[in-house]
Structure formats: structure tokens, C-alpha cells
Design a protein around this ligand. Sequence first.
Ligand code: GAL
Length: 326
Amino acid sequence: MPVYPLAPRGTIAPGKLFADQHGAVAQLHGVGIQHLDGLFYAWGEDKSAGATFAGVACYSSPDLATWTSHGHALTADPGVPDIAPGRVVERPKVLRRADGTCVMLLHIESPDYSCARLGWAVSDQPAGPYRYLRSERPKGNVSRDIGVFQDDDGTGYVLSEDRANGLHIYRLSADLLHVEEIVSTTLTKPGAHPAGPHGYESPALVKAGGLYYLVGSDLTGWSTNDNQVATATSPTGPWSDWADIAPPGTATYDSQTSVIVTVRGTQTTSHVYVGDRWIKDDLFHSAPVWLPMEIGDGRARLRWHDSWTINPVTGVVAGQPSAPPG
Ligand code: GAL
């Protein structure tokens, strides 16, 4: 049994696992994160059963480094085919409605990845319990990896990967429970792939300085690749050319984007890249690779940090960039 290093509690150490308040390995895989009621809430894939569904785990943290487990926000239910044990349920992403209730969007799958649907669950509280509602293929489209985004006016969007048809951004209804329309679709860099263009996956959207930054990874399953960013002045696009977010050839420091968190502090607004370093045969121990993300002027850049923290009050990052481990 390999030894998996844990990050010292209260620090973010990319490549090392977070432990919760009981010392258990936090299941922050494919995670969605929101700042609600003064805390960061995270909903992650619990990989206790490997690739198949064991529940959506919920954690909270004051500082993105000290995590408290709240158990399962959504539990596996043998009576509900979409979320029954043995199914695949990935990338839980939560949005909050104006009335304070929460909506969880999910990638609902079969073990052979042919199901490819978008699912919904709702709760009165961030930590749940969530009540599963239903799934669909949005506008009839295949929907695999997802991300969510809520604009300043409360409009919700879901980002959804649809193979050769691209990465779609759908606008959601005001209650966040329905897909209204596709507002834009992007494809990989022209000529970048001999097999032809397709959509980036593990999509994340963040707004900074009036620009929208769309980040995603290439389609290489549990293997990592050089994740990309494109920008636009609106979720409707048009989107710029794609650019690397980390030194090319590092496969994004061996990680795949899950979400980008905005930390609005009294001194500065910082961004945190939240990525997964998947271990295909031991998904439970897949490590978080979370790094400060420098975003501005149409560029988004990661620099390796062995260990760092962020002050949630001021927004200031503490820790120095260094060479990544060989
Ligand atoms: C990746 C995806 C993961 C998971 C994996 C399964 O492409 O980003 O969320 O679905 O494939 O092979």
C-alpha cells in the first residue's frame, strides 16, 4: 500500500491530500466550491467505492485549507436509478437561489459513460441533505463533464461538454432547474488535434475585471494534459483563442481543472485554481492540486507552490512560487 502524504492542517500543499477534522482523507474530487454564509462549502465526489457512486461529500472551510466534513450532502439511493450504487455520478456543482435554497447540478452516468445526462438535486441548506429531482440531456445533447457559473445579476449557467459538438454554455432558468438555451459553444484550438476539433472538458468559468475566463482540459480521461483558457466580454462570446494556463508540457502540473474560486478580500481579490490529480486505480487517494491563479488582462497563469495559504479576510496569498517537484 503506497503512502499518501497529507497536507499539514491549515495549509494547501498541491499533490498532498487534505484531511478532515477526524483525520480522514477529504473526498474533494471533481469538486464544486461556493462561498456561502461566511464559509467556503465544497461538494466532492466520494470515491470510497472507486469510480462508482458512493455519495456526494460535503465539507466547509474558513480558508480553503482547514476542512470540516458534513458527511454526505446527497446519498446513493438504490430506489433512484440515476443515483443508485453502481452508477457513476460526477462533478457535483452547487448554485444558490435568491431565496437561499441550493441547487446541485450533477453529471449522471452509467459505468460505460453512455448515459451522459445532466441531473438536478435541491436542498434548503448548503450542506444538504439534497433531494434528487431528475436528469435530462439538455436540448437533447450529450452532457458529460460540467461546471457552473452565476453572474453578478444572479443568472445561472451550466457549462457542459458535448464531444465533437463542443463545450456548450447553457443559460439556466431563474429557478436554476431548467436549461433555457445555449448561449455559446467553443471548440479546441484549430489544428490542435488530428482527430478533429471537440469541446474542452472539466469546464470552469470565472469573471475577473469585467472579463469572463473559460478554462478546460483536453479529453484524455483520467490522464492529465495542458489545460487551456479563453476569454470573452460575455458568456455569449465570442471567445478568444485558447492559451495554456501552466507551463506547456507540465500537463497543468499534472492536474485537471475542477473549479476556480474567487476570494474577495479587504485588500485584494484572489483566484484559486482547484484541480484533480487523478489516480485511475485508486481514485479515493487522488490528490488535490490547488494553486493561486493570477488572472488579469486576458491572461490566466498558474505557478507552482509547494505549500501556501490564503487569508480569507484580506484575500492575500502567502507562500512563494518554486520549481515543481521533478
Ligand atoms: C475525465 C473526466 C472525469 C471522469 C473521467 C472518466 O475525462 O474529466 O470527470 O469522467 O474522464 O474517465
